[in-house]
Every structure is written in C-alpha cells, then in structure tokens.
Design a protein. Sequence first.
Length: 190
Amino acid sequence: MAKAKKKIGIIDFVVLGVLVVCLVLAIVGLTIDQWTTTEEVFGKTVDVSFGDYSEIVVEKNEMKGDTNDALGDDIMGGLDDIFGDSELVQDAKAEEAKLDAMVAFGYITVILVAVTLALYVLKMFLKAGFFRFLVLVAGALTLISGVLAIAMTAAYCGEVLLVGAGAALLAVGGMLGGLVGGASFFLSKK
C-alpha cells in the first residue's frame, strides 16, 4: 500500500505568516532610531538607536583589548586590585555588563526568530517529525530571549531612560515568535 501524502494545512500557512511578521518586527526593532528614549524636557526628547549601543560595545571591547596589550596583563591586574574595590568602579562595571547583555540579547533574539522561521519552513516541506521538536525548542529559546532582551533593556534604562519603540518591537517579535513556534508543535499533526 502506498502511503498517503500529507498536505500542508491552513494552520501551517498561518503559523508561517505570523513567524514572518515576527521576524520583520524584530528586525525593524533593531533598525529604528528609538531603542531608548528620554522623557520630554522642554519639548525635546533624545532617542538612541540600537546601532549606537552596539557601536559603544564594540569600541569599548576594542579599547579594553588595546589597553591590555599596551600595559600588559600584569599591570592591568594590579590596577584592578588597586581600584577594583571602589564603588564607582563597581557601578561602572555593572552598567557595562547591562549594556553588553542588552546588545547581546537584541542580536540573539533576531537570530532565534530567524532560526525558528527556517526550522518551521523545513518542518513544513520535509515532513520530518524531528523538525517539529526542533521548532518547539527554538520557539522556547526565542520566547526566553525576547523576555530577556526587554528585561535587560529596562534594567539598563533605569530611571533616566525609557524603553523605546525599537526595544518594544523586538520584544513583541521575539516573544510572539517564540509562542507561535512553540505552539505549532501542538497545533500541527505529526
């Protein structure tokens, strides 16, 4: 007996469409100029883009590497021992860590939404049951990454900045993409 071919259902196309929209939202979130913003003061707001934060992280890491190369690791370790206990230095390191995490989770979220979309397309057309499980895992990771991206942005903003439209779009794209990717495991048939 010949095995009947499984057709691609309407649910598959709906999930695919939502995942494409989520990827577009996440990419737009990274590219618009309002990742963070300030409150309106005298009729002016200041918006900072994700690209600006990304450039700060890259330049900071390059400068740190150049400083370590120029002074040597022994001298840098000694300076850290001398100034490492200062509250000001600890606060600066905490802000750097928040900035690094915010930028990292921004990129990770977009990548995971794209991976979830790619795995879902493979699941649709290759009809392998293993891809259903991979989409579930990628969806869960995308959801977690979207939540962490907005949480890290809010932690970085603190009391001075506000989360902007870019961060909100990325979070919506990541969280919705993760939910839909994970839910597709339960919606589609084996």
